[in-house]
Write a protein that binds this ligand. Sequence first.
Ligand SMILES: [Fe+2]
Length: 305
Amino acid sequence: MTAVYFDSPHSDEERRGRIYRGDIYVYSPTPATLGLCALANRLSEEAFAPHSPEIAQDFFPVEEYADILSKLKPMFIHDPEAKEWIRKIFKQFECELEQTYFDVPRLRTSTSDGYLTSGIAYAFHPHRDTWYSAPNCQINWWMPVKAQQAGNVMAFQNAFFDSVVPNTSSNYDYYQWNRDSRRDAAKHIGKDTREQPRATVEINCKDDLRIVAPVGGVMLFSGAHLHSSVENVTGKTRFSIDFRTVNAKDADAKLGAPTSDSACTGTTLRDYLQGGDLSKLPESTVALHDSGVGDGDFVYDPNAG
Ligand SMILES: [Fe+2]
């Protein structure tokens, strides 16, 4: 059973506990979420000018489009304004800044009609983030930048939340992925040859759950939920923002979703920054979650090699 709470008055602690049990929280837009969306919107409109970002795919050869995204997406991630908005979002959502760590916000795109579904605009098959070395206490924050419809949002295969789904995560090591596969995302056009964790059984997506929130509305859910990109045939590219958080106390206590089907190695916890002073999580916390083989890069360096 998945409960979906709208504009709930629950405290952050109660919210986290329920999210670890599979519940989803949806909130109306706030000044801070709208501020973050406005930043993404402005950068996207500048990148695709004179075309509207939602239909820009109709005007560019796919290689040129991928090239534009390969510049736009890092520009958004590294804009200092984005971190400021996130700090304001935490305040509005009553998250304790000293305990709440976040991974940089990503701008995501889902193009229509299979125009670009690999590499820099990867269309995600059903997966748990915990198959990609995320900790069980990871919470995903997801918000639309442009008005969305059921045909271009993301979907939850929520019936699988606490069941075992056979998968290939044993082939995934986060540190090797950082070293070998991240930098070249934009080169994967038409076909994505990077091996990623996926279910080895058929996942029935017929009964998936799709939540269509307004621009700046935000969904919070466990990174252990099975979730995917919807096959987009709406004629419009979806623009959305997501980022992840972990609460340091929960990470220390190893709280989180009850996943028992992840066999990946490494941990993404070294990517996280404290909401207050942007410091990293203590290595003692990271070590509790680190099963890496030590062969690769702890964190991704876009300028290396
Ligand atoms: Fe995901």
